[in-house]
Design a protein around this ligand. Structure first.
Ligand code: C5P
Length: 469
């Protein structure tokens, strides 16, 4: 059972202990993951320490591994805080850094890590770290323990939670610890929640493009075709432009949105029957950051999350951190440029896989995808997530690989959107990777690993054995 009070007490105790080191001018570093949840949690932790007057640096890493830990140790900080990573490498951290570190995380962790007092992980407090508590929410309550005025950071918890696809409560709501942080963000007036059409790009994309980009659900006749979407909307009498500018979903009246729903419904259930469930999935909770400018990707939490992912995955995670800590000028402009490059790059990788059957090997309900020399390792995670809703993969478990440097393989795995067999990818990736001399971990539905290049075939074999296939 979830134990919120115990978590808050633990954070109070930690913050009292750390406060003295901050006053003594000790050197802190916050090390975080490059994805959106990592950037939000790292930024919140960084800001909370800086506001307390600590001497603090920030660092982002694509993965934590023994080599990176060694580099960090050699830099000789007085205290290390890891956010969104570290839970599976606690023994290595303890060996390198003694008791000068803290891990704030939500990934599933082995028993031996859970017992270590340097680890504060959602699972230890009865929260499901895959659906109820993202790393940003874990960092938020730490920041709030350092100073109650850090409540103004709560909206970043919501961005982190939707980024990690934790909006899986009824009607795409946030639950558990994320739900609590969401309430705090709402009561501070930072964010509003409304029920609306979920098409991605509600603040920034022309309506027909937002609809045409829908892959989950896949709308036969509209998905992938801007022209068809535009024609259908015009036929339904929707005014598509405001002066010379395309209108976005966020600008439509409720009457117009009703019409849009009817148009989409007619494609999802052409004979007039069934499809109610799929149509229901088009509508859900929308998280709007009212203090951000309209028509920017920062106003909608899901678009904000993608912007941050694009910074992290296109090699500019520092830019993502700047945006999280409040930079809205040059960083935002540069972030938006990266966002369009990111979309184009992901699209190229996804199409490359979908159009080349030689890259896919099906073994019962598993699909092994080879992205070598096509997919950049930093984009493998998002590409695999998109494949998880493609018609040919949605009933399977996808295990995708691509080369990482000369001698390693990066692995990303996802449970397809309609797959219904019980699997725990986090445990599977961790155990299979360790057997190959690599590292792995993650959540039930999304996990990853890094293994030696030569062990690729053995890794796939081990995964199948563990799944009983
Ligand atoms: O890299 P990818 O997006 O596929 O990772 C999926 C999830 O697995 C992420 O939450 C990531 O942090 C986690 N992961 C992990 N340990 C690894 C690799 C990935 O916990 N070695």
């Amino acid at each position: 059972m979830a134990n919120f009070d115990e978590l808050l007490n633990r954070y109070d105790e930690l913050s009292r202990n750390l406060m003295n080191s901050m006053k003594d001018g000790k050197k802190f570093i916050v090390v975080t993951h490059i994805d959106a949840d990592g950037l939000c949690s790292g930024a919140m932790t960084f800001v909370a320490l800086a506001r307390r007057g600590a001497t603090v640096s920030g660092r982002t890493v694509p993965d934590l591994d023994p080599k990176t830990i060694e580099v960090l140790r050699e830099e000789r900080y007085d205290f290390y805080i890891f956010t969104d990573l570290g839970s599976t490498l606690v023994s290595e951290l303890a060996l390198a850094l003694d008791n000068r570190f803290l891990v704030l995380d939500h990934h599933e962790l082995p028993e031996v890590s859970a017992r270590n007092p340097a680890v504060v992980n959602a699972w230890q407090y009865g929260y499901d770290g895959g659906t109820e508590a993202c790393s940003s929410t874990m960092a938020y309550y730490f920041a709030r323990a350092l100073d109650y005025s850090n409540r103004d950071l709560a909206y970043l918890s919501v961005v982190g939670a939707v980024a990690d696809r934790q909006d899986v409560g009824e009607g795409r709501s946030l639950t558990g610890l994320n739900g609590k942080a969401l309430e705090e963000a709402q009561s501070s007036g930072l964010l509003t929640v409304s029920k609306d059409l979920l098409f991605y790009g509600r603040e920034t994309r022309p309506l027909h493009e937002a609809i045409a980009s829908s892959s989950s659900p896949f709308i036969k006749g509209l998905s992938g075709s801007k022209d068809a979407a535009l024609a259908a909307l015009i036929k339904a009498g929707i005014r598509m432009k405001e002066s010379a500018k395309w209108r976005t979903l966020a600008e439509l009246s409720s009457e117009e949105k009703k019409k849009v729903t009817e148009v989409v419904a007619s494609f999802l259930a052409p004979a007039g029957g069934g499809g109610a469930e799929v149509i229901g999935a088009l509508i859900g909770d929308i998280y709007t950051l009212g203090m951000e400018d309209a028509f920017t990707p920062l106003r909608d939490a899901r678009e904000f999350a993608t912007l941050l992912n694009s910074c992290g995955r296109m090699g500019k995670p520092g830019l993502g951190l700047s945006i999280c800590v409040g930079d809205r000028s040059d960083s935002l402009r540069e972030g938006m440029r990266l966002l369009s490059e990111y979309r184009a790059e992901i699209n190229k990788s996804v199409q490359g896989i979908l159009s080349d059957s030689g890259r896919v090997e099906i073994r019962e309900d598993f699909a092994f995808v080879t992205g070598d020399d096509l997919v950049d390792e930093k984009l493998l995670g998002p590409v695999t997530s998109i494949l998880a809703s493609a018609p040919q993969f949605k009933d399977r478990v996808i295990v995708a690989r691509t080369k990482s440097g000369e001698s390693e393989l990066k692995i990303s795995s996802r449970v397809g959107d309609s797959h219904n067999r019980e699997v725990n990818l986090g445990v599977m990736m961790r155990e299979a990777a360790e057997k190959m001399g690599g590292v792995g971990g993650g959540h039930m539905m999304a996990a990853g690993a890094k293994i030696p290049l030569s062990r690729g075939p053995d890794f796939a074999k081990t995964v199948l054995e563990r799944a009983g296939v």
